[in-house]
Design a protein around this ligand. Structure first.
Ligand SMILES: [Zn+2]
Length: 278
């Protein structure tokens, strides 16, 4: 393990390494290189590190390029499952059914709705311009038993898509980091979302240089919506943050410090992500 730059993290990690076990856990949100942004590790390193911890699976995500193919290579070299998919930003043609079809053929598992391109597309979403493309996309997701992830969409758009997704028979749905400023879902909205989807909480939201959200807010949201519909993930991979496996340990420890039990952790880091994926 490379030495972390931040002294407070180093100190914390020494203790955490002894107490937090990632065996059988799944991190459904990682950013690895190659990427247009600098990343702390590549696909193979992330898979190897997770495998060394005895984790069951990771999901690698890119905002700009498909990761289905990369995930296959990473899976081949590690003794664990690695999933990828496609994020429907401008670089793959936005809400492009052909990109989704291709991801499905390559064994991709995730279809993330727009993230970094969402602001360019927001008015078209609201005006229903994507309706036909979205229906086609939901159909492909459903036929291939893929996971629909809501990216950076706002709650009012998420709700209309959840209805469409259900009518197309999409069963695997996750709401990406609802507490972040880009999504901004209230607790009541999150409760409503749990009727159809898992809520993904990412530790990166608590980091300086990101939302710098208090971990108290995450613990409160888990308590309010119920841990049975939540998934804990990191969204790590940035050069300025710890390795994803260490981010995962820090997240788990910070939730346990706030009263989340080991049983609840196991549900949110193992059972629920597995129910989403398998
Ligand atoms: Zn992300």
């Amino acid at each position: 393990m490379k030495i972390l730059k931040e002294p407070w993290l180093q100190e914390k990690l020494i203790k955490i390494n002894e107490t937090v076990n990632l065996e059988g856990f799944v991190d459904i949100h990682l950013h690895t290189s190659p990427d247009v942004k600098p990343r702390i590790c590549n696909d193979l390193e992330a898979a190897q590190q997770a495998s060394d911890q005895g984790m069951q699976a990771i999901v690698i995500k890119s905002h700009t390029e498909p990761t289905s193919e990369r995930a296959k290579i990473a899976e081949d070299i590690s003794s664990m499952d690695v999933f990828g998919g496609v994020c429907l930003n401008n670089t793959v043609g936005g809400l492009n059914p052909r990109a989704v079809d291709d991801a499905a053929k390559m064994g991709g598992k995730f279809v993330w709705l727009p993230t970094i391109s969402f602001s360019d597309m927001e008015s078209d979403f609201t005006e229903g311009i994507y309706k036909k493309a979205l229906e086609e996309i939901l159909q492909i997701i459903s036929q291939n038993d893929m996971v629909l992830a809501t990216g950076h969409l706002k709650p009012h758009i998420i709700f209309s898509i959840l209805d469409d997704a259900r009518s197309h028979g999409v069963k695997r749905i996750v709401i990406n980091h609802p507490l972040t400023s880009v999504v901004g879902a209230t607790i009541d909205e999150q409760k409503e979302m749990t009727r159809y989807a898992f809520l993904e909480h990412c530790f990166v939201a608590c980091m300086p240089l990101h939302d710098y959200l208090s971990p108290d807010k995450v613990a409160e949201a888990i308590e309010a919506t119920g841990y049975k519909r939540c998934i804990m993930a990191t969204d790590f991979g940035q050069k300025h943050n710890p390795y994803p496996i260490n981010g995962f340990k820090l997240f788990i420890k910070s939730m346990m410090d706030r009263g989340v039990t080991q049983k609840q952790i196991n549900t949110m880091c193992s059972k629920n992500p597995k129910d989403l994926l398998y």
